[in-house]
Write a protein that binds this ligand. Structure first.
Ligand code: GAR
Length: 203
């Protein structure tokens, strides 16, 4: 039986698309995306889910009023769909320890730098690439890691380095990091962990 996966998103959803494509192309075989959870109703990722025939629900921290209500709504959606593995793919809301502790080694995140550089609560999305360019590093990359109570602090699963080139803008660099690292690593790590969970189910 395939591991049931929820992908949590906030924006464009290109990493969600990479996971959906990986299912089609046979890179992701041990798991199946059964649910997409978006932190806001405007996320284009919802359209990607709909196009792929995957149910999508919106859980907005702002609309639900409190962290507790937000996480309760997420937990309910996960339970309704029998989810066993959560993949954060550009999910920009913070999950509390109360939530993450219920999913040990069951939440993956993709971060667009080589952790421990340019990571933690202040660094997300384009800000990560702006910071790398501002610092002047010549190599950046992406990291897939397990999620625990420390923002970007969980065990690292996969990393890949990407060159920074003269004249790079944050937008150009973001695209290169996605193409050369994120869209490859995230499906690979999701397959690895889905397989592990699958083996556990057999025991
Ligand atoms: C990706 O670059 C992802 O690594 C980053 O946001 C982008 C989302 O793009 N995530 C973080 O910064 C999390 N700290 P997408 O919606 O097109 O997948």
């Amino acid at each position: 039986m395939k591991t049931k996966i929820a992908v949590m998103v906030s924006g464009g959803g290109t990493n969600l698309q990479a996971l959906l494509d990986a299912q089609k192309s046979g890179i992701l075989t041990a798991g199946e995306i059964v649910l997409v959870i978006a932190s806001n109703a405007k996320a284009y990722a919802i359209t990607r889910a709909e196009k792929a025939g995957v149910p999508a629900v919106v859980c907005s921290r702002k609309e639900l009023g409190s962290q507790e209500a937000f996480e309760a709504a997420i937990s309910q959606a996960l339970a309704d769909h029998g989810v066993e593995l959560i993949v954060l793919a550009g999910f920009m809301s913070i999950l509390s320890e109360n939530f993450t502790s219920q999913w040990p080694r069951r939440i993956l995140n993709v971060h667009p730098s080589l952790i421990p550089s340019f990571c933690g609560q202040r660094f997300y999305g384009m800000k990560v690439h702006e910071a790398a360019l501002e610092y002047g590093v010549k190599v950046t990359g992406a990291t897939v890691h397990f999620v625990n109570e420390v923002p970007d602090g969980g065990e690292i699963l996969l990393q890949k380095a990407v060159d920074i080139l003269p004249g790079d803008t944050p937008e150009v660099l973001q695209k290169r990091v996605m193409e050369q690292a994120e869209w490859i690593l995230l499906p690979q790590a999701t397959q690895m962990v889905s397989e592990e969970i699958g083996k556990g189910k057999v025991q």
